[in-house]
Write a protein that binds this ligand. Structure first.
Ligand code: FAD
Length: 151
């Protein structure tokens, strides 16, 4: 229980900043597609990019062990859970910028298949490949970065 004992003040700060979005000893199974996984010392749900940035700043500042969870479609969590802070990314804002060259801006917690459907409904092409892909935009970006780093 590293976070609970050594870093109690960090948890207090997280609670001050995020209130009820901080859950201690939270079972992770409901947040994964496989529906398995034991408790995280702390589960912190962020709902905007600013909350995400603030959470990560604090986590880095206090050097807390952490894990970022998106849609949970590509992770298997041990029954022993996770000793540290799991940051559950539920930042889902999407903005469409119409015009000569339409643009889409979104937060990393948007489910990529939903984004593809929303783009299609606005006649914006390019994301068709992701219409059946599980998971969030942020996780997908990280996967692509990891792939490009090894090739
Ligand atoms: C059944 C299945 C079918 C799939 N089919 C396809 C397919 O057809 N095409 C394809 O391209 N991919 C496919 N994938 C891969 C999947 O889309 C990616 O792994 C996706 O990124 C998972 O998203 P998630 O939000 O569920 O991530 P999670 O399962 O929550 O996390 C996966 C990893 O990403 C990290 N992560 C999550 N969010 C962030 C973030 N915001 N910042 C940094 N790291 C983060 C996590 O720490 C973890 O290491 C498939 C996966 C599965 C399980």
């Amino acid at each position: 229980m590293m976070v609970m004992t050594k870093n109690l003040s960090a948890i207090d700060v997280l609670r001050q900043m995020f209130g009820d979005a901080v859950q201690e000893h939270a079972i992770l199974a409901p947040y994964t597609s496989a529906r398995i996984g034991g408790p995280a010392d702390v589960l912190l749900t962020v709902k905007s990019v600013d909350e995400f940035a603030n959470a990560m700043q604090l986590i880095w500042e206090y050097e807390l062990p952490y894990y970022i969870l998106g849609g949970g479609s590509n992770v298997l969590v041990s029954d022993k859970g996770f000793r540290g802070v799991v940051v559950l990314n539920r930042a889902k804002e999407v903005r469409f910028d119409a015009g000569d060259q339409p643009q889409v801006w979104c937060e990393a917690g948007v489910v990529i298949a939903n984004l593809a459907r929303r783009c299609a409904s606005k006649r914006l092409a390019g994301l068709e490949w992701s219409a059946t892909v599980p998971g969030t935009v942020g996780a997908r970006c990280m996967a692509m970065l990891a792939r490009s780093a090894v090739t």
